[in-house]
Write a protein that binds this ligand. Structure first.
Ligand code: C2E
Ligand code: MG
Ligand code: MG
Length: 252
């Protein structure tokens, strides 16, 4: 993991679309390690290891700063989402770190979203709630990632100040194959609507899944069907194209 200190980390970005599948609504930052011998490593290969030490704090802070820096320079003023490890909550002052990243990069707070899984609440229920409320006071948005994979998610949703939820890809991927998983997806969408939260479906890989999510009025979608995670240069191209299309539509 010495690569963390040697400029070997890189962020890829996966757009999140409106359920029309055309309009980019926001972008998720996903970390990779450009290993000198092993090539580009996905987060599953090194995040867990980093979480065993203080390295996760260094990595997490690097990710937030890099994501804010890049987002500040994008041609579209949309939100960037950053995944946070539960270990960052317990081992560092995330409120301070996020505030510093915003101040240092000049990104508006409402353009930063933090993706958090239920595991954050498992360690320290009270502390997590306080931290999340303070993050909300900074003006950033909070998204519950991998919704449906943990337990008692409902209780957490009511108590914690989430703005949005992301339906875990395992439910999305069996849409069209399993009637019960479609019911779960519909229930989560209804739940989100009842609580005033934006609902995203992740892991959309087929046109059929997208059509069902559209029928069920899910708000936003993300997945290989629409765009894989791409590097910042490719993302900027996607954004420029979208900006040009929007300009053409509104003038014609
Ligand atoms: P996640 O936040 O739930 O991110 C979604 C993962 O699903 C990403 O994998 C993404 O590339 C992948 N994905 C997107 N669309 C599809 C699809 O249509 N089909 C399939 N099969 N997969 C899809 P990735 O980039 O390997 O990231 C895995 C996990 O690593 C993330 O899950 C997140 O929990 C964690 N992670 C990523 N970046 C960071 C980071 O900067 N910090 C921390 N702490 N964790 C991170
Ligand atoms: Mg995520
Ligand atoms: Mg997820």
């Amino acid at each position: 993991l010495e690569g963390i200190g040697r400029d070997e980390l890189v962020l890829h970005y996966q757009p999140r679309f409106k359920v029309d599948g055309v309009t980019v609504a926001s972008v998720e930052a996903l970390v990779r390690w450009r290993h000198p011998r092993l090539g580009l490593l996905p987060p599953d290969r090194f995040i867990a290891l980093a979480e065993e030490s203080e390295l996760i704090v260094l990595l997490g802070n690097w990710v937030i700063r890099e994501a804010c820096t890049k987002a500040k320079a994008w041609p579209l003023e949309i939100m960037v989402s950053v995944n946070m490890s539960p270990a960052q909550f317990s081992r560092s002052d995330v409120v301070h770190d996020v505030a510093e990243a915003l101040r240092h990069t000049g990104l508006a707070a409402h353009r930063l979203e933090l993706e958090i899984t239920e595991n954050v609440m498992l360690n320290d229920v009270e502390g997590a709630l306080q931290t999340m409320n303070s993050l909300k006071e900074l003006g950033v948005r909070l998204n519950m990632d991998d919704f449906g994979t943990g337990y008692s998610s409902l209780g957490y949703l009511r108590t914690y100040p989430f703005d949005s939820i992301k339906i875990d890809k395992r439910f999305v991927q069996s849409l069209g194959k399993s009637a019960s998983d479609r019911s779960v997806v519909q229930a989560i969408i209804n739940l989100g609507n009842a609580m005033g939260m934006t609902v995203t479906a992740e892991g959309v890989e087929t046109a059929e899944q997208l059509a069902l999510l559209n029928d069920d009025q899910c708000h936003e979608v993300q997945g290989f069907l629409l765009s894989r995670p791409v590097d910042n240069d490719v993302l900027v191209q996607i954004m420029r194209r979208q900006r040009a299309n929007t300009a053409t539509e509104s003038s014609g």
